[in-house]
Design a protein around this ligand. Structure first.
Ligand SMILES: [Zn+2]
Length: 246
């Protein structure tokens, strides 16, 4: 979210939040001085309600912050110090809703990868790689390859250079998760940011492959129906009938 513009995580509408749509609630913990190793801390609860009449969903995030001073309620901005942790309560993850014409197993893997991104970036990256592999097999019909490396090579000529380079650059992330059995002692860490980059790639491919193909099919279908309607109408006019018989 930047400024007051907001993309609702439920309906994906771009919205400008008004005063009524946002609420902040603050709690300062009242433990005796020196009792908690983190010092004086508190929670800041941010709630956003979607103004779209068909949605009206509530998104909730909780921030755990250091308190510089604690009076009755730490509402002033300058009372808050260092940021300690954030919990995304609603929706549970940053997953974007996907249309039902994308194979459900692929979408399920994607949702799961989003849910565990912060908890286990490595497991998330592994699931994202599985998503990528399933998409290459399903969408491009790539078969009989031994691994994801070969599968990505197989679509090199089919996708545009930019897309292929993006896929290629993500190839190494989460690699160890997919080949754990080969070397159990080798630990390659995956940062949440890397796991998120992979999720971003999956989302882009959903849009550029499945959604674009579906939209094109819908447009072509509409054009075809319009063409047939025109043709049928032309056939019915007496002028054209006369022309046809001459
Ligand atoms: Zn919404």
């Amino acid at each position: 979210m930047s400024g007051n513009s907001y993309t609702c995580p439920y309906c994906q509408h771009d919205i400008v939040l008004q005063g009524d749509d946002v609420q902040y609630n603050e709690i300062g913990f009242r433990f005796p001085a020196g009792r908690v190793k983190h010092g004086l801390t508190g929670l800041r609860l941010n709630s956003y309600v979607c103004p779209n009449q068909n949605c009206q969903e509530l998104a909730i995030t909780v921030h755990w912050l250091k308190l510089i001073r604690y009076e009755s309620v730490p509402t002033e901005q300058d009372a808050w110090g260092e940021h300690l942790h954030t919990w995304q309560l609603r929706p549970e993850s940053s997953a974007k809703p996907q249309p039902e014409y994308i194979p459900s197993q692929i979408v399920k893997d994607y949702y799961e990868a989003c849910r565990i991104r912060d908890l286990s970036p490595k497991a998330s990256a592994t699931l994202s790689r599985r998503c990528l592999q399933s998409m290459i097999r399903d969408f491009w019909g790539v078969k009989d390859k031994h691994n994801l490396y070969q599968e990505i090579e197989a679509i090199k000529e089919k996708v545009d250079t930019e897309t292929w380079e993006a896929i290629d650059s993500m190839r190494g992330v989460g690699n160890i998760g997919a080949h754990m059995e080969k070397d159990v002692d080798l630990i390659v860490s995956v940062e949440p940011e890397e796991a998120q980059l992979l999720l971003g790639l999956i989302e882009t491919l959903f849009t550029e492959w499945y959604v674009a193909k579906y939209d094109r099919k819908q447009r072509m279908g509409a054009l075809k129906r319009l063409g047939e309607k025109k043709k049928a109408a032309t056939r019915k006019t007496p002028d054209s009938a006369a022309r046809d018989s001459s």
